[in-house]
Design a protein around this ligand. Structure first.
Ligand code: UD1
Ligand code: UDP
Length: 356
């Protein structure tokens, strides 16, 4: 009998990670996958576009839970995921990353004694104010199989005493590299006039959007940079709602709605620089050989900083500008194996089949 895998996704980066493993599962005769979309991201350009463009199998369930406070969102997801798991009786539940959909999926499965598989385990920012840090620590602790993308992730778990915890820790490499390699050839030009030279930026993290001083300070830096190089900002709905409400000026910036993954690849390949608070975009800058300024006070992807591919610049206007001037002059050699060989999905599935 085929092993049944229930995959729980809900947010944009999870669709992008699941794309690689879902393709691998569908090619394998010993496994079947049921995809549960919690509904956390729901706009067409935050959800459907990824399933369509990346040919991810359509979710079997959409729980339609979104736009709520952390407690309400996580609680409702927990309740509805439990119903699905009782019905489907999977051999394992696979969850990705560190969102509210991740912790809800892990908890629902664990309480039903279903094996929990955490992909992108072991990452730490050491900032317990971040909702993502809380989600990832709790998810790791109740997972049975922890697939770590980097050596640092494994080291973090060891420091937390995971040698004494009954779980399997496996270094898998990073699924986002598999995805970047596979879809690179399908890049798609976005539907607007592209400047010859530009900087690609994204902002959506709570620590920036929910702190007016930080948000204004970041936008001030972007506007200064935009006086000589075009700045393209595909804007996350969270950020759009807040800048509209606070009437933060975005004059001189090229603000566009969120784009699909094939368009973001097109932009990543042609940008001079990435400026972002996104976790995924920091790594993609490296995959596409572009320097990156991280608009946060710390990162989980420390190997990028250690090797000078990425500078942590926080949110202060002058610090951002000074580091911008520094990084655009740097010349970097990107031939380093930080995230595996682009075969993380194969590795993960093979290990899963052996264990379950
Ligand atoms: C979530 C994750 C974050 C991840 C990000 C990826 C948590 C705690 N946070 O943050 O780790 O980096 O996804 O993008 O899970 N909204 C829309 N349309 C959408 C999606 C969201 O309008 O399609 C609005 C909602 O009204 C909501 C706000 O954006 O109030 C924030 O959405 P939410 O899913 O709570 O968190 P993200 O900021 O997207
Ligand atoms: N992304 C996208 N369209 C956009 C902005 C980002 O497809 O308009 C992709 C990006 O390339 C990366 C993923 O979304 O693969 C990152 O998601 P996000 O920044 O929302 O979340 P994080 O990685 O910070 O959790």
């Amino acid at each position: 009998m085929k092993k049944k895998i229930v995959t729980i996704v809900g947010a944009r980066p999870q669709f992008i990670k699941a794309a690689a493993l879902s393709r691998e599962i569908s090619k394998n005769n010993d496994t079947e996958e049921i995809i549960v979309h919690t509904g956390q991201h729901y706009d067409k350009n935050m959800s459907d576009i990824f399933f369509e463009e990346m040919k991810i199998p359509k979710p079997h369930y959409n729980l339609n839970i979104n736009g709520l406070s952390h407690g309400a969102m996580t609680g409702q997801m927990l309740e509805k995921i439990e119903v699905v798991l009782i019905k489907e009786k999977p051999d394992v539940v696979v969850i990705y990353g560190d969102t509210n959909s991740t912790i809800a999926g892990a908890l629902a499965a664990k309480k039903l004694h279903i094996k929990v598989v955490h992909i992108e385990a072991g990452l730490r920012s050491f900032n317990m104010k971040m909702p993502e840090e809380i989600n990832r620590i709790l998810t790791d602790r109740i997972s049975n199989i922890l697939f770590c993308p980097t050596d640092m992730a494994i080291e973090n778990l060891k420091k937390e005493g995971y040698d004494n915890i009954d779980c399997e820790i496996i270094k898998s490499g990073d699924l986002m590299l598999d995805t970047a390699i596979f879809y690179s050839k399908y890049e798609k030009k976005p539907d607007f006039e592209l400047p010859a030279k530009f900087i690609l930026t994204t902002i959506h993290r709570a620590e920036n959007t929910d702190n007016t001083e930080r948000l204004v300070s970041i936008f001030n830096a972007l506007k200064i940079i935009a006086t000589h190089t075009a700045v393209i900002l595909p804007i996350h709905p969270r950020t759009k709602k807040i800048i509209d409400k606070l009437k933060i000026s975005t004059e001189k910036l090229i603000i566009i709605p969120p784009v699909g993954y094939l368009e973001i690849i097109y932009l990543l390949k042609r940008t001079s620089l990435v400026m972002t608070d996104s976790g995924g975009m920091q790594k993609e800058a490296f995959f596409f050989k572009k320097p990156c300024l991280t608009l946060r006070d710390e990162t989980e992807w420390v190997e990028l900083v250690k090797n000078n591919f990425n500078i942590i610049v926080g949110a202060e206007t002058n610090t951002i500008i000074n580091n911008y001037n520094k990084i655009i002059k740097s010349s970097l050699n990107y031939e380093m194996d930080l995230y595996g060989n682009g075969k993380a999905a194969k590795n993960i599935l093979q290990n899963l089949i052996n264990i379950i």
